[in-house]
Design a protein around this ligand. Structure first.
Ligand code: NDP
Length: 243
């Protein structure tokens, strides 16, 4: 399954460079039935929240403090993404293709299985791992990425009044340098998780996150340049000063 996830990352990356995923500003007809975006987020992210929790509960006899910290970090992100984000997002009545929800359900289930199995059933982490430089650096990356992701989502949210569906130019903070700080934060977050767990499934997830979000950042950036005549020309798409 880990190998499958690496292969899927390569396929998804190349595909998305040519075809933007048809949701949000890139939504278009011809991709089958759709559901409201807020419900799509809740539904498709739920397995990411639940599967790893089930693995933790099923393997509770192996309880380790370190694994519990991994679970808390993971669930902090997914409680936000599954239960908070869909409730506060503005424009969440827009359509979201069910086909994408279906793919996300498969991915989130598979990703929960490989991470849950590895972290709670296969691998033993001693308490001294908490003082390992990989844990400290990875946790710092995870928490700062999470903070950037939540902050950037929030800036976008407040560009709209409740009920509005129009687009504006986000400004301030990392938006001075890149078009998609929310994706940047998410990529840093899961790269941090891969480092703090030092695990093959963590790496597979981080690689997939990049493969999924980097092409989308390029597509969003291009969209902004095309649709806002006064869009700042020195802004990059995803990585400040680089990409
Ligand atoms: P976007 O930045 O495309 O959109 C986020 C929200 O902000 C949407 O509601 C969107 O509305 C709105 N929005 C975006 N730009 C503007 C603007 N200029 N003016 C007003 N409103 C705007 O992000 P995604 O929807 O792709 O992703 C949402 C979150 O999910 C992100 O934090 C992302 O990191 C995460 N994510 C993680 C993935 C992973 O692989 N781990 C995969 C995909 C997303 P609208 O929908 O109408 O465009």
């Amino acid at each position: 399954m880990i190998i499958a996830q690496f292969v899927a990352s390569a396929v998804v990356f190349v595909f998305l460079l040519f075809v933007s995923a048809p949701y949000g500003r890139h939504y278009r007809s011809g991709w089958g039935g759709s559901i409201p975006a807020w419900f799509a987020w809740l539904f498709m992210e739920f397995p990411a929240f639940a599967v790893i929790l089930l693995f933790f509960i099923f393997h509770i006899r192996n309880f380790q403090v370190v694994s519990f910290i991994f679970l808390m970090l993971w669930e902090t992100h997914y409680i936000y993404r599954t239960f908070v984000y869909p409730m506060v997002v503005r424009g969440g009545k827009k359509e979201f293709p069910f086909l994408l929800v279906f793919f996300a359900l498969i991915f989130n289930t598979m990703n929960g299985i490989i991470n849950g199995q590895y972290l709670f059933a296969m691998k033993q982490y001693s308490l001294s791992w908490l003082l390992d430089v990989r844990f400290i650096l990875g946790t710092a990356m995870f928490l700062s990425g999470l903070a950037v992701n939540i902050w950037a989502d929030r800036v976008l949210r407040f560009l709209r009044k409740p009920g509005e569906k129009s687009y504006g130019i986000p400004r301030g903070g990392l938006y001075c340098y890149i078009s998609c700080p929310n994706y940047f934060g998410e990529i840093v977050e899961w790269a941090g998780f891969a480092i703090l767990t030092w695990s093959p499934p963590g790496l597979a997830f981080a690689v997939f996150t990049f493969a999924n979000l980097a092409p989308r950042a390029l597509a969003n950036h291009k969209w902004c340049l095309k649709n806002f005549p006064d869009y700042p020309k020195d802004r990059k798409a995803l990585v400040p000063f680089v990409l």
